[in-house]
Design a protein around this ligand. Structure first.
Ligand code: ADP
Ligand code: MG
Length: 397
């Protein structure tokens, strides 16, 4: 099958400026090398919801338009311990028929492949031969989503790129990785990926945010409204979409530059954020809730006190939250995405708020609540944070 160069007929319109454009150029370079007969690999990383899966779909579309065969696989946390699970998925996606008769080496490997056994080495050698044979017809792209959850044996296969150099046949591997989650097999993941070329997807550029705003609102948006939407979501398309939907639902006009966008931070964003921070452990979850309550710019020792955590323990929690892309610690604690902090503040579950310790002298809501008990005793407050729904919370120090 003739191989077209990137940019030839059938190429999807780039339409994506800024740093996303750079990531796209890197994919095009890999495909150009592969079309010229050399193998290439690229990791595409980014935070949750930033558009990695979408990017992989576009890469696959581009590869098809260049005459590549395309195989794909997606790693899942529940399948991290299935040896060769990703390799199997990739071959399944090519519809090669019955694995046992078509690729007996893979079937055997699936039965008994243990990562450190010589059997696995045999499987990897057969895999190499099979790929060489397949790519003699036309180049092959393997796209892998959520590589951070890859099984160990498939990581060993990918590691060949890192340790033995690119094979001399037209094979491309483009794999997406989340930067805000811990790999299922950290050592094998590091070994396989540490030296591979990498590109990072960052937030949407202004023009892309404006296009999304125009998509949902019939009115002409005010430039400040667009800027605010971009700033509070850091251009994360998932957060932006949820926010825009809520703003539409609340009948907010994008023509009004004075609209308090954060006052409409959506409940779905709070729910997603709570699920993520809860996975980081009780200290991190409590600290994040304390920062949400105190508002962006909280000092660590103050947040620690409100969370009821010793300073050292709070430091560890902050590290986890920063590593997971929830908080930034730039002398003061801020939410990486302001919309997440506001959504959490609006929709903090009653049960968790009762666990926070807010001395009245430091209570960010002082003056906005009705005190029903003496200082240092439990008090009840009925009201809302950031104009959220009315709720009744018990506070105690
Ligand atoms: N460049 C983009 N412009 C607008 N929306 C986008 C863009 N990239 C992704 N999206 C949207 O953002 C959401 C999340 O994208 P997805 O690719 O699933 O992210 P990830 O895989 O990083 O979690 C989807 O609704 C997708 O349609
Ligand atoms: Mg995804």
């Amino acid at each position: 099958m003739p191989v077209q160069q990137p940019g030839g007929r059938g190429r999807p319109s780039p339409g994506r400026g800024g740093r996303r454009g750079e990531s796209r150029l890197m994919v095009e370079q890999v495909f150009a090398d592969v079309a010229a007969g050399r193998a290439g690999v690229l990791l595409v990383d980014g935070e949750a919801g930033i558009g990695r899966t979408t990017f992989l779909h576009e890469a696959a579309e581009l590869a098809r338009s260049m005459g590549f065969q395309v195989a794909s696989g997606r790693c899942h946390p529940q399948e991290m311990d299935l040896p060769l699970g990703l390799v199997r998925q990739a071959f399944d996606s090519l519809h090669i028929g019955d694995i046992a008769s078509e690729l007996p080496w893979l079937a055997e490997g699936l039965e008994g492949a243990h990562v450190s056994s010589p059997a696995l080495l045999g499987v990897l050698i057969e895999l190499y031969r099979t790929l060489e044979q397949m790519t003699s017809r036309s180049p092959l792209l393997i796209v892998v989503d959520d590589l951070q959850w890859c099984d160990e044996a498939s990581l060993r296969a990918l590691g060949r790129f890192a340790h033995e150099g690119a094979p001399p046949f037209p094979l491309a591997v483009v794999a997406a990785v989340r930067i805000d989650d811990v790999a299922g097999h950290p050592a094998a993941f590091e070994d396989a990926t540490a030296h591979l070329p990498r590109t990072r997807l960052t937030g949407l550029a202004s023009g892309e945010v404006e296009a999304m705003v125009r998509d949902v609102f019939p009115e002409e948006p005010h430039p400040d409204f667009v800027d605010t939407c971009r700033r509070v979501t850091a251009g994360n398309p998932t957060l932006l979409r949820a926010l825009l939907q809520e703003l539409v639902h609340q009948g907010v006009s994008p023509a009004d530059a004075t609209t308090s966008v954060l006052a409409h931070a959506p409940e779905s964003t709070a729910r997603d954020a709570l699920a993520r921070i809860d996975r980081l452990g009780p200290d991190a979850a409590t600290l994040a809730k304390a920062v949400a309550l105190l508002g962006d710019g909280a000092e660590l020792d103050r947040a620690a006190r409100v969370a009821g955590l010793p300073y050292d323990q709070a430091l560890v929690a902050v590290d986890a939250l920063c590593g997971a892309g929830v908080l930034s610690n730039d002398y003061r604690l801020t939410f990486r995405h302001a919309v997440v902090g506001s959504a959490l503040a609006r929709f903090l579950p009653v049960g968790t708020v009762t666990m926070l310790r807010v001395p009245r002298t430091e209570d960010p809501l002082r003056g906005r609540r009705r005190v029903r008990a003496r200082r240092w005793r439990s008090v009840a407050w009925e009201g809302s944070v950031s104009g959220g729904p009315a709720s009744s919370w018990i506070w105690r120090n």
